[in-house]
Design a protein around this ligand. Structure first.
Ligand SMILES: Cc1ncc(COP(=O)(O)O)c(C=O)c1O
Length: 367
C-alpha cells in the first residue's frame, strides 16, 4: 500500500473547496491589470473593512511578535454585550468556517448522519465527506427555500447534525422566525442544529431572534462571521453562540491560538462600528433594487435575495462565468451547487455593478 492510499476513501475522493477566483490569479492568467478587475464572487464587503477596524489594526501591528490571547477575552466580552449572552457561551473561530469544522470534529463520524438542504452552503457537504459520515441533502422547494418540514422528516436515529443556512448561500433565500422556531421545537434534543447566520447583520429581511433561543434549545449553535458585514474576510474571524455546555464541548477541539491578535483587535473595533454596518446594508438594499430592475429589463430570472448577493439564471452553454472573467469581472459559477444554469453575483459598488450588468447584457445580446 502506498502512503496516499492510507488517506482512506473519503479523503481520496474529496475535492477541496473552490473559493471565488482571487483577483491576482485572474490577472496573471489573462494578462490583465489587477486594478482593472472587479471581484463579485465571494460575498465580500463592497465598502472594504470598517474604518474603525483599520485604525485598530494600525495600532495592533506593533505587537505581532506576541501570541494572541487564546481565549480572546476582550472580543468575547464585546460579543457578550452585543448579544446579551455570557462570554462562556461564545466560541471563536478562524472564520466561521472553523466553527463548522469544530462541529465536524465533535459530532461527525462514520457512524453518524447529517442533514442539510441540497443547495445550501457547500462546506456542509465537504465536511460530511471529510469526516466520512452519511448525509441527506434535502431538496428545496421550487422557490429554492429550505423545506424545513422535509429536513425535520429526514432526521434519523443516527443523525447528529442538521445545518440550516439563513439567509442561505448561494440562493439568498431566507426562512421566517416562526418557521424556524417550529423547526427547532421538532428537532430531537440529541441532534445539533447549526444555524449558519454568516449574513445576519446585513440581512435584507427581519432575522429570527436566534441568540435568544440558545438557552431554550441546548442543541442550537448559531454561527456568525466578521467576513461579511464587518469587511474582515482577510483576517479570518467568526464565532458561535450556544448554551455554555455546548460551547465548552466545541472548545475541546480548538487550537490554542486559532484566532490571531490582529483579527481579535479588528473585530472588537468593527463591532463598535454599527454605523458602518448600517451603511453597508443600505448600499446592498439599493443595489439589490438596481439589480432587480436591470435583470428584469434584460429578461433574466433571479431569486429574491436577503443577502449581499443574487443568484441569477443564465444558460450554462453561454459559459457566463468564464466570459465575464475575460472582461475582468469575477462572479461565481454554480456547478458545485448543482445549479449549472445559474451564477451568483455579489453586490459591489454601483460602478462595479454597472460594469457587471453591462457585460452581462452584451453577453446575452450576442447569444
Ligand atoms: C453561509 C456561509 N457560512 C460560512 C461562511 C464562511 O465564512 P467565514 O469567512 O467566516 O469563514 C460563508 C462564506 O462565504 C458562508 O457563505
Amino acid at each position: 500500500m502506498n502512503l496516499l492510499q492510507k488517506l482512506g476513501p473519503n479523503l481520496s475522493a474529496l475535492r477541496p473547496y473552490e473559493p471565488g477566483r482571487p483577483i491576482e490569479e485572474v490577472a496573471r492568467e489573462l494578462g490583465l491589470d489587477p486594478d482593472s478587475i472587479v471581484k463579485l464572487a465571494s460575498n465580500e464587503s463592497a465598502l472594504g473593512p470598517s474604518p474603525k477596524a483599520m485604525q485598530a489594526l494600525e495600532e495592533a501591528i506593533g505587537e505581532c511578535h506576541l501570541y494572541p490571547d487564546g481565549g480572546a477575552w476582550e472580543l468575547r466580552q464585546a460579543l457578550s454585550e452585543e448579544h446579551g449572552v455570557a462570554p462562556e457561551q461564545l466560541i471563536l473561530g478562524n472564520g466561521s468556517n472553523e466553527i463548522l469544522e469544530f462541529v465536524g470534529h465533535c459530532f461527525m463520524r462514520g457512524d453518524t448522519h447529517v442533514v442539510f438542504s441540497a443547495h445550501a452552503f457547500v462546506v456542509y457537504r465537504l465536511l460530511a465527506r471529510m469526516f466520512g459520515c452519511k448525509s441527506t441533502q434535502v431538496p428545496m422547494g421550487a422557490d429554492l427555500r429550505h423545506d424545513l418540514d422535509a429536513m425535520a422528516t429526514a432526521i434519523q436515529d443516527d443523525t447528529s447534525v442538521v445545518f440550516v443556512c439563513n439567509p442561505n448561500n448561494p440562493t439568498g433565500t431566507a426562512v421566517a422566525a416562526d418557521e424556524l422556531e417550529r423547526f427547532c421545537e421538532c428537532v430531537p434534543e440529541d441532534v445539533l442544529i447549526v444555524l449558519d447566520e454568516a449574513y445576519a447583520e446585513i440581512a435584507l429581511t427581519l432575522m429570527p431572534p436566534s441568540m435568544d433561543w440558545v438557552e431554550r434549545f441546548p442543541n442550537l449553535l448559531v454561527c456568525r462571521s466578521f467576513s461579511k458585514a464587518y469587511g474582515l474576510a482577510g483576517l479570518r474571524i467568526g464565532y458561535g453562540v450556544a448554551c455554555q455546555e455546548l460551547a465548552t464541548a466545541l472548545g475541546k477541539v480548538r487550537q490554542p491560538f486559532n484566532t490571531n491578535r490582529l483579527a481579535q483587535q479588528a473585530a472588537v473595533a468593527a463591532l463598535s462600528d454599527q454605523a458602518f454596518v448600517t451603511s453597508s446594508r443600505e448600499l446592498y438594499r439599493s443595489e439589490k433594487n438596481f439589480f432587480e430592475q436591470q435583470l428584469t429589463a434584460m429578461g433574466v430570472s433571479f431569486l429574491p435575495t436577503a443577502a449581499n448577493f443574487i443568484l441569477i439564471q443564465v444558460d450554462a452553454s453561454l459559459e457566463p462565468a468564464r466570459r465575464l472573467r475575460e472582461n475582468g469581472i469575477i462572479v461565481r459559477p454554480m456547478e458545485v451547487y448543482d445549479l449549472p444554469n445559474h451564477i451568483r453575483i455579489t453586490f459591489g459598488t454601483r460602478t462595479e455593478n454597472l460594469r457587471c450588468l453591462n457585460a452581462l447584457r452584451d453577453l446575452l445580446a450576442e447569444s
